[in-house]
Design a protein around this ligand. Structure first.
Ligand SMILES: [Zn+2]
Length: 149
């Protein structure tokens, strides 16, 4: 069996699994691998992880998509003065706060968390995100937000 796991010694991209067994706890798999190029062996552990699930207003449940969150926030900052590092830190902070709410959370929580962070970070980005986020709810909400600033 060949799986794509890079050799840590020579960086060859394909290494062979020579042994596969459950750990004592039974919740992960330990694999011994051998690199066909340098012939050195190493161990990997495979563990199941529950992803963060987002419940949309429609009731549909989707796996949390970091790229989508990043894109949405990047768009809100379009043309504004922010570098990639700051943007990533902001998105990571939002992501970390969302994660503390549990494994399955409502999309409203994601939206409100983003708005909270953007409000502290940049008013223009905040208003842009708010206008997109709230486009399906009452339009007067948005006018109220503007009036509050
Ligand atoms: Zn190797």
């Amino acid at each position: 069996m060949t799986l794509y796991m890079v050799c840590p010694y020579c960086n060859k991209e394909e290494t062979n699994v020579v042994d596969s067994r459950k750990t004592n706890e039974g919740n992960s798999i330990r694999r011994r691998r051998e690199c066909p190029k340098c012939e050195l062996r190493f161990t990997t552990y495979e563990k199941a992880e529950i992803g963060l699930m987002i419940q949309k207003r429609s009731g549909d449940i989707q796996e949390f998509n970091y790229e989508k969150l990043y894109k949405g926030i990047e768009n809100a900052f379009g043309g504004l003065d922010i570098n990639d590092k700051k943007l990533k830190t902001l998105v990571d902070n939002i992501h970390n706060e969302i994660k503390t709410q549990g494994n399955k959370i409502k999309s409203e929580i994601v939206g409100e968390t983003v708005l909270k962070y953007l409000k502290e970070s940049n008013e223009v980005a905040y208003l842009r995100f708010a206008s997109v986020y709230k486009e399906f709810s009452d339009a007067s909400d948005f006018e109220k937000e503007v009036a509050e600033l």
